[in-house]
Design a binder for this molecule. Structure first.
Ligand SMILES: Cc1cc2nc3c(=O)[nH]c(=O)nc-3n(C[C@H](O)[C@H](O)[C@H](O)COP(=O)(O)OP(=O)(O)OC[C@H]3O[C@@H](n4cnc5c(N)ncnc54)[C@H](O)[C@@H]3O)c2cc1C
Ligand code: SF4
Length: 330
């Protein structure tokens, strides 16, 4: 690991100034992803600007009945917050399904959304990888890709985004807020991650040097009955091979409102809008749920070794929606 500078920022303006002073500087959240990447040489920042002392560690209600979550809130504090647990239970479940207790104590909301893919070629600097070295190629397409994307990928990159938190936030229409030296900005999380296309190294809409300040969740009564289900290759301490965040409101056997997002299937948390449209106003039942899942997954383009994900996701969507519908009927 090469030498690097370390600075701690105490206010947003100071953080932006410290970062702007060094073109090779990076913000440091909990460091649970960035420091690992520095050890392997994937990231080589000249200096780090630690953001954990910034006054961005609160979770507060918004005037319209939503929640504002600061960027430096730890994963543990987010999962444990009573209003998150009560109003957006799938968000608590998603966060608790990720990493380990020790990691969640360190990891922050901003860092979780910006964590990098776990594609083995990306994390190995001896390999080609378009995301790490633009134009060098994508060995995953012909090589090891059993946990890679089946939706929204391109011939230039088939990596998946690893965040669990981001899947639940996507289902609930979260908006990311950020600050830049030129002023504040915001982006719905559904638009925050750029399409892969031929530029997989460009991952988000954030302008260079932007500091994520928080995430805002709009009010969503349907989210009070929501669930996150994650499938992984071992029972804990593993990234998803497929996940679903869903919320469902059923009255008189008919779907009134639904939110659905999928994880570990694309380069970003995947909002399943096609399935949502198929479900709205339809009778709540296994047939409807399966048809909605099929409609969403019709766009899937699996590779030779990850076709299982299409079946997995279909079953996962049907199972989670069925559980939520049964709960609503009680
Ligand atoms: C063994 C292991 C297992 C894991 N399992 C899971 C899992 O199952 N599910 C899951 O979702 N995650 C998992 N994680 C990922 C973990 O949750 C992330 O590493 C973590 O959320 C990143 O947060 P951080 O604050 O430590 O980010 P850092 O490592 O500090 O930063 C990550 C990136 O975000 C940038 N950044 C940080 N904060 C800001 C900010 N406010 N504004 C702008 N840029 C910022 C940094 O510059 C860096 O590029 C796992 C991690 C490990 C090590
Ligand atoms: S899938 Fe993406 S991250 Fe993985 S090797 Fe290909 S270009 Fe790199």
């Amino acid at each position: 690991m090469r030498e690097f500078g370390y600075h701690r920022a105490y206010d947003v303006a100071g953080a932006l100034a410290l970062l702007g002073a060094d073109p090779d500087a990076r913000f440091l959240g909990g460091g649970t992803n960035l420091v690992d990447l520095m050890k392997t040489g994937v990231e080589r920042p000249a200096s780090l600007v630690d953001v954990r002392e910034l006054p961005l560690d609160g979770i507060e209600p918004t005037a319209d009945g939503g929640l504002r979550i600061g960027a430096t809130v730890t994963n543990s504090d987010l999962a444990a917050h009573p209003e998150v647990r009560r109003r957006y239970p799938a968000l608590t479940q998603a966060v608790l399904a990720g990493a380990s207790g020790q990691l969640r104590n360190m990891a922050t909301v901003g860092g979780n959304l910006l964590q990098r893919t776990r594609c083995a070629y990306f994390t190995d600097v001896t390999q080609a990888c378009n995301k790490r070295v633009p134009g060098s190629g994508c060995p995953a397409i012909e090589g090891e890709h059993h946990n890679h994307a089946v939706l929204g990928a391109s011939e230039h990159c088939v990596a998946v985004h690893p965040s669990d938190m981001g899947v639940a936030l996507t289902a609930f229409d979260a908006t990311v807020t950020y600050e830049t030296p030129d002023g504040p900005g915001r982006s719905p999380l559904t638009d925050f991650y750029l399409p892969v296309a031929d530029t997989p190294h460009q991952e988000t809409v954030l302008p260079p040097g932007a500091l994520i300040t928080g995430v805002t969740l709009p009010p969503a009564p349907v989210a009070a009955r929501s669930r996150y289900r994650k499938v992984r290759e071992r029972a804990s301490y593993a990234f998803a091979i497929g996940s679903v965040a869903a919320a469902l409101d059923v009255r008189d056997g008919v779907v009134q409102d639904v939110r659905l997002a999928l994880g570990a299937v694309a380069s970003r948390p995947w909002r399943a809008r096609t399935a949502e449209r198929a479900l709205a106003g339809a009778p709540a039942g296994a047939e409807t749920f399966a048809a909605a899942a099929d409609a969403e997954l019709a766009a899937a383009r699996p590779l030779p070794h990850n076709g299982y994900k299409v079946t997995l996701m279909r079953n996962l969507i049907v199972a989670v929606l069925t559980e939520l519908a049964e709960e609503a009927a009680r």
